[in-house]
Design a protein around this ligand. Structure first.
Ligand SMILES: [Zn+2]
Length: 293
């Protein structure tokens, strides 16, 4: 047995990105250093779904990894205890032994990294600092006792239930702007009145953004806002619906909501998005909005 390969955290730049200071950071303004939680293993081809395909995150890693206003931090795996807050043991065992993994153990390793990275993004956000989990597999189709739709563990639920277990939040607003309804988010969190989940709809930017705004305006006060950030609504993706600029506006609306309602606490976790070439610019647009650009 050989040793595991050593991955550079960011193949496009050396470790200098980790040495950036936070001196430009200012609240109620544009955040100059926003943390992107990521792990080099996220680039692996881990299953036979479009979400797990080779090259899916390349454009996002290149664009965010070379951008001076974003800082990559390395995801750690979630513990079983953390995963079991959202899932039953059967789901945990099933993901461990998933037949679809391209290499023995790889899928489980990545699913635990995605869930752990999501917890890290939530821990950063709860301090009032915006963050984004550039993670995969996605999670919003993963329910308590079953999973489908390219998802295994529910990253949103694992991260929010972690914050609540630590006494850091009681309530949350979940904006799921993926093309597909996150039935897993609804299954795990939907019956709890402390969690508000919205899947916007609308044809084109104007209608869709109006729906997002109306929902945010009528939302109860919460302790944190998080996005199930899928980019498959994009006009050049499966949904054929939203422009890149719309993702920036969604991020911006979340920033404004967070500053008015929940002490700036906001984050996003990657869900779908299958135009590999443009995924990077769309993730950047959303993250720019989230930090106030
Ligand atoms: Zn989707």
């Amino acid at each position: 047995m050989g040793r595991e390969p050593v991955y550079p955290l960011n193949p496009f730049s050396n470790s200098t990105i980790f040495l950036q200071t936070q001196e430009h950071k200012s609240f109620n303004d544009i955040w100059k250093t926003v943390k992107i939680v990521y792990h080099p293993l996220m680039q692996e081809h881990y299953d036979r779904t479009p979400a797990g395909a080779s090259g899916r995150l390349d454009s996002a890693v290149e664009i965010l990894g070379t951008h001076p206003d974003y800082e990559f931090v390395e995801a750690r795996p979630a513990t079983e205890e953390e995963i079991l807050r959202a899932h039953g043991t059967r789901t945990l065992d099933s993901v461990k032994h998933d037949y679809d993994s391209t290499r023995a153990g790889l899928l489980y390793k990545m699913a635990t990294l995605a869930a752990g990275g999501s917890i890290m993004a939530a821990d950063i956000a709860v301090q009032g600092e915006p963050s984004f989990g550039l993670v995969r597999p996605p999670g919003h189709h993963a329910s308590g006792d079953s999973y489908w739709g390219f998802c295994y563990f529910n990253n949103i639920a694992v991260s929010l239930l972690h914050l609540r277990a630590k006494g850091l939040i009681e309530s949350a607003y979940i904006l799921d702007f993926d093309l597909h309804t996150g039935d897993g988010n609804i299954n795990i969190l939907g019956d709890d009145p402390k969690f508000t989940i919205h899947n916007p709809s609308g044809n084109g930017d104007e209608q869709y953004l109006k729906d997002v705004k109306q929902s945010l305006d009528s939302a109860p006060d919460v302790d944190i806002i998080v996005a199930s950030a899928g980019f498959d609504q994009y006009e050049e993706d499966w949904g054929g619906n939203l422009s890149t600029e719309a993702f920036q506006k969604i991020g911006r609306m979340m920033k404004e909501f967070a500053e008015e309602r929940c002490e700036g606490r906001r984050y996003g976790l990657l869900e779908g998005g299958y135009n590999f070439e443009d995924l990077g610019k769309n993730v950047l647009a959303f993250c720019d909005g989230l930090r106030g650009v």
